[in-house]
Design a protein around this ligand. Structure first.
Ligand SMILES: [Fe+2]
Length: 232
């Protein structure tokens, strides 16, 4: 399975994404080894800018031209290859975010929500993450609720009511929020219609690299009908 970048069955990844809205690739489940290089760079360089709560660094396509970002480019290529194998059409790279959370972190991503722009995200853990130090949390299967409730047409990203809708989540979904614990090198693939939140750090730190993929025509005629067929 080395040619597809994963040792976990592609059929299983697809089934989990469809049923639960996410799939976890533990370090033994994939062949993306450059996370070691990203981790090294994170400790020295990438974290420096992020150490004041709360900040993210954003890397776009143009940033991959820099020789020092070749490890992030490799991560993007790994994700794109997997997206193709998983048969998600019409999806394009949006950006890579590096995040750093500690006990002082306070930001909107810590509240349970679904993203206003439906996105497929690949979260790479750059340190061992447990509930205590900010493992990412999501509610398995909750993307079905989002899809059903907001199926016809997603409102504008800047619509205040829509923003509130994305955070007005029923209690049964909140009650099922689960921390996804994993070692350095764990990759979580998830559909952002799945209710989720950034882990809350009680002690220690959480270093995560996230790569985002959304529909090419999202800002034009975004209709959920196409989205179900071609995206998730
Ligand atoms: Fe989010």
């Amino acid at each position: 399975m080395k040619s597809v970048g994963v040792s976990k069955s592609v059929e299983l990844i697809n089934y989990e994404l469809h049923t639960d809205g996410y799939s976890v690739l533990y370090p033994n489940d994939h062949f993306f080894s450059e996370y070691v290089s990203i981790k090294k760079r994170y400790s020295k360089e990438l974290k420096v800018d992020l150490s004041k709560p709360y900040k993210v660094s954003i890397f776009r396509e143009k940033d991959f031209k820099s020789p020092k970002n070749q490890d992030l480019l490799a991560y993007n290529n790994f994700c794109l290859k997997l997206i193709k194998i998983l048969s998600y059409d019409l999806v394009q790279f949006s950006a890579i975010y590096t995040t750093y959370d500690n006990e002082e972190s306070k930001h909107i991503a810590q509240k349970p929500h679904f993203d206003r722009i439906p996105t497929l995200k690949f979260m790479l853990y750059l340190n061992d993450l447990k509930f205590e130090n900010g493992a990412f949390c999501l509610s398995p299967g909750s993307h079905h609720w989002t899809k059903e409730k907001f199926q016809i047409k997603r409102k504008n990203f800047h619509d205040k009511n829509f923003f509130n809708d994305t955070r007005n989540i029923p209690n049964p979904i909140i009650d099922r929020l689960t921390p996804i614990e994993g070692k350095l090198g764990t990759i979580i693939i998830f559909n952002t219609d799945c209710i989720h939140h950034q882990g809350i750090v009680k002690s220690g730190e959480a270093c995560i690299v996230r790569s985002h993929y959304s529909r090419k025509d999202f800002n034009k005629n975004f209709k959920i009908k196409n989205y179900i067929k071609k995206f998730f």
